[in-house]
Design a protein around this ligand. Structure first.
Ligand SMILES: [Zn+2]
Ligand SMILES: [Zn+2]
Length: 389
């Protein structure tokens, strides 16, 4: 493995940094201490620091040479509302909060790379180190963009990385196209007419109509979506009624939609509208649909994915860069950055995922062996994309 020697010999120091962040997890948009740690580390390395973008966001700016070219490298900083069950010394000091997705490791890897690049400056152009708040559900990436990330710090491409339990340490996985799903939510209200349960002919029963709709919704993926496209439509909520002898006036249904292409997302939304209105009409009532778009699909640009594949291969060997893994149905707000800029978000193996070491599990922990591997990837990516002419 071609890990940068200085990063490997720095492992104890980098591990201490990661453990400190792990022990002090902060939820979305509350990452004040984490942002302080990142800003201080960058400043100590002689890197220009900008704070306050999307509240707790931090951007480090490092220039070398004379080129006007620029790229962005992004790490997420937030933790999850999970009570940690690990008992190792660096366990969470904050009850009910935990770095269960490895954003502590992502932050540490990017800080390590920033420091190394500031030491060597073996590139020509500008690299922006983006530490974003609120990846977990709150869209911190979108907030940073809305507050001018790409206008204040113009860059030609942007790159992200996520640790991946189940993928061995020393491997990367790259997708030339969709890598994470888009995630939407919907609520449907079926408005019938309440009645005595013993006299159903005097009302219009929204429970029966809702049950028909739950079944009909499963025809969307099987009958409306191209079989070579992936999509999930799950009804996960169904609320109606209080009593045993009352047909309630309305029923509410809710659920989630996952897709990899905006066109498929549009089709699912249209089909949900058609089915809820049609099934309601068939049962003598009306329906209303509220469809809320969440994170868009995370889609790598082909050229950047190819570049990242070769850079990762330069560190771990071609045989350790997987390109055959299916994309994940999970979602990721780096998608907003990839909607604006070309770029690539890849997975770095976190190890076997045994004993609950899986994402969002109370026994998860970021694998410190990745720190010099991931940081080496960031350094080589910068050096190769901004290679001196
Ligand atoms: Zn997560
Ligand atoms: Zn995550």
């Amino acid at each position: 493995m071609q890990i940068i020697p200085r990063l490997q010999s720095d492992l104890p120091r980098l591990t201490a940094l990661r453990h400190d962040i792990h022990a002090h997890p902060e939820l979305a948009f509350e990452e004040r201490r984490t942002a302080d740690v990142a800003a201080k580390w960058l400043a100590d390395a002689g890197i220009e620091v900008h704070r306050g973008l999307a509240g707790t966001g931090v951007v480090g700016v490092l220039r070398a040479g004379t080129s006007g070219r620029a790229i962005g490298l992004r790490a997420d900083m937030d933790a999850l509302p999970i009570h940690e069950q690990n008992i190792f010394p660096h366990h969470s000091r904050h009850d009910g909060k935990m770095h269960a997705c490895g954003h502590d490791g992502h932050t540490a890897m990017l800080l390590a790379a920033a420091e190394q690049l500031a030491r060597t400056r073996n590139f020509d152009g500008t690299v922006y180190f983006i530490f974003q708040p609120a990846e977990e559900g709150e869209g911190g990436a979108r907030a940073m963009i809305e507050e001018g990330l790409f206008t204040r710090f113009p860059m030609e491409a942007v790159f992200g990385m996520h640790n991946w339990p189940g993928l061995p340490v020393g491997q990367f996985a790259v997708h030339a196209g969709p890598v994470m799903a888009g995630t939407d939510q919907f609520d449907i209200v079926m408005r019938g007419h309440g009645a005595h349960a013993a006299m159903p002919h005097q009302g219009f029963d929204p429970v029966l109509a809702g049950a028909a709709l739950v079944q009909a919704v499963q025809s969307i993926v099987s009958r409306n979506i191209d079989p070579t496209d992936a999509a999930v439509v799950s009804v996960t909520r169904f609320h109606a009624g209080e009593a045993y002898n009352v047909i309630p006036p309305e029923a509410t249904l809710g659920g989630t939609v996952r897709t990899f292409r905006p066109e498929v997302q549009d089709k699912v939304e249209a089909a949900l509208e058609r089915l809820s209105a049609g099934i309601a009409a068939a049962h003598g009532m009306q329906a209303s649909l509220a469809y809320r778009r969440g994170y868009p699909p995370t889609i790598n640009s082909v050229r950047e994915a190819e570049l990242c594949k070769s850079i990762a291969a330069g560190i771990v060997g071609t045989e350790n860069v997987r390109t055959d893994l299916p994309p994940s149905m999970g979602a990721e707000d780096f998608a907003y950055m990839l909607r604006e800029k070309p770029g690539c978000y890849l997975w770095i193996g976190n190890g076997p995922g045994e004993g609950g070491c899986t994402l969002h599990n109370p026994r998860y922990d970021f694998n410190d062996a990745l720190l010099p591997i991931g940081a080496s990837y960031w350094v080589r990516l910068t050096e190769q994309l901004l290679s001196p002419a």
